[in-house]
Design a protein around this ligand. Structure first.
Ligand code: HEC
Length: 165
């Protein structure tokens, strides 16, 4: 009986290897890429590429284990969910209001240690951000927000709330 279950499991594992979602790889060009509207220095560009782009752009660099199911489904889910929230390859096409909101969310998520996802930094040690990298990211967000039209008071997050008088 045990043996039978074991064979069924192995067969199932083999079969699911053939069910592959479409990979998140696109050649571009991306006319609404974040860099077309917001200045990004090399340091910030490399931070975003290393720590965020796998889930928040139109191109994911897939590790070898991404070819193994069910890992691939799990990664695909992260990429789809991540891109839905924030896609740097399409960022310039967002409304100014959404861009402001996303810049604020980026600072919030990184400050709270929620992004990049823990499950990602386990496997990608170089995506773990140093304090200096975090500060460079915040500075870039602040500077980018400053280029946008002023926000409605209700749109301000904790990051740019002025201290009460
Ligand atoms: C392994 C995939 C992955 C990586 C890497 C990653 N994210 Fe995410 N991100 C997600 C997923 C999935 C969501 C949507 C679900 C959630 O909020 O947890 C998300 C959501 C977000 C959101 C929206 C949160 C909200 O309030 O709705 C922001 C902002 C964000 N990520 C910023 C970043 C930044 C900045 C980096 C790089 C420093 C990064 N992420 C790296 C997967 C990732």
């Amino acid at each position: 009986m045990i043996k039978k279950i074991f064979y069924v499991l192995i067969a199932a594992l083999v079969i699911i290897q053939f069910i592959r979602p479409k990979q998140n790889i696109a050649a571009g060009p991306f006319p609404a890429d974040v860099s077309t509207k917001f200045a990004i220095n090399d340091n910030v560009a490399s931070i975003l590429k290393t720590a965020c782009y796998d889930c928040h752009s139109n191109n994911t660099t897939y590790p070898w284990y991404a070819n193994v199911q069910p890992v691939n489904w799990w990664l695909t889910d992260h990429v789809n969910e991540g891109k839905k929230e924030l896609n740097f390859s399409e960022f310039a096409g967002y409304t100014a209001k959404r861009q402001r909101k996303k810049f604020n969310e980026i600072m919030d998520e990184v400050k709270e240690g929620k992004m990049p996802l823990k499950s990602y930094t386990w496997m990608h040690g170089n995506a773990k951000l140093t304090e200096a990298q975090k500060n460079a990211l915040y500075k870039w967000c602040e500077e980018s927000i400053a280029t946008l039209p002023p926000a409605e008071p209700s749109q301000q997050s904790d990051n740019n709330k002025s201290t009460p008088q």
